[in-house]
Design a protein around this ligand. Structure first.
Ligand code: ADE
Length: 236
């Protein structure tokens, strides 16, 4: 899967995503990550990418021209007739695990990261297909949200997680939180690992884990638990 990120801070995105599991998937060519520096596409002599908003108001806006020319370069590189272009903004649709599952089916995704007070509306109208927010708070730019989305989507792409990593993939899949996990030693600071996990009885272990997931969700995230209960055929 290809991720193309249009940003004023390409090194931030590349450094943030080029490590650990995502870094390994890039190295193994399962993922292709490219950050495009919007500043390189400005036609301004002084490499300017922002200007004052018409009508006044605080801060500066990213101008349409450098964003659009970056997009044309990405499009040329992608050689696809259509591709989703995601603008990161607190005004967007809330990004959830369900959205990640849908987006993971795409062959390529383009992300547009804003900075300053935003981007000239006309270029957004021209190129953006989807707007996403990662939560109801305001960040200084779209880079962190883009990185969050790339990470959550990538781990759903076949081959990115190996078997060891994928043990935790089901959390939230079914609107449930992960059950508690334990490693050696059997006793630490007087706390013992639950006996059922030492029993070797696989059916009992799965049942216990399911119960724990349900209990945890009910206690920690009643909002998720409601969603879980709405799904027919779920136990409890
Ligand atoms: N840009 C600034 N804040 C954001 C948020 N919460 N989600 C997505 N993009 C943003």
């Amino acid at each position: 899967m290809k991720f193309h990120i249009m940003t004023l801070f390409p090194e931030m995105v590349m450094q943030g995503l080029n490590t650990s599991i995502i870094g390994r998937a890039i190295e193994n060519q399962i993922l292709d990550l490219k950050a495009w520096n919007i500043r390189e596409y400005t036609k301004s002599r002084h490499k300017k990418v922002d200007d004052y908003p018409y009508g006044g108001g605080a801060g500066m806006l990213m101008q349409a021209q450098p964003v659009y020319d970056t997009f044309l370069a990405v499009k040329d590189d992608l050689k696809m007739s259509h591709c989703r272009v995601i603008y990161l903004t607190p005004q967007g649709k809330l990004f959830t695990q369900t959205e990640a599952e849908q987006l993971a089916k795409e062959e390529a995704l383009v992300f547009l990261c804003g900075h300053y007070e935003g981007i000239d509306e006309r270029v957004l109208e021209e190129i953006v297909t989807d707007e996403y927010s990662i939560g109801d708070y305001v960040l200084t730019g779209g880079e962190l949200p883009a990185m969050v989305m790339v990470d959550a989507i990538s781990r759903l792409v076949p081959g990115v997680l190996n078997n060891e990593d994928s043990a935790t993939t089901e959390s939230l899949h079914n609107h449930l939180l992960e059950y508690p996990q334990y490693s050696r030693p059997e006793e630490w600071e007087g706390r013992r690992v639950p006996e059922v996990l030492l029993s070797g009885h696989h059916l009992n272990i799965s049942k216990w884990r399911m119960e724990q997931s349900i209990l945890r969700t009910k206690e920690k995230r009643p909002d998720l638990y409601k969603k879980y209960k709405k799904v027919k055929d779920n136990p409890l």
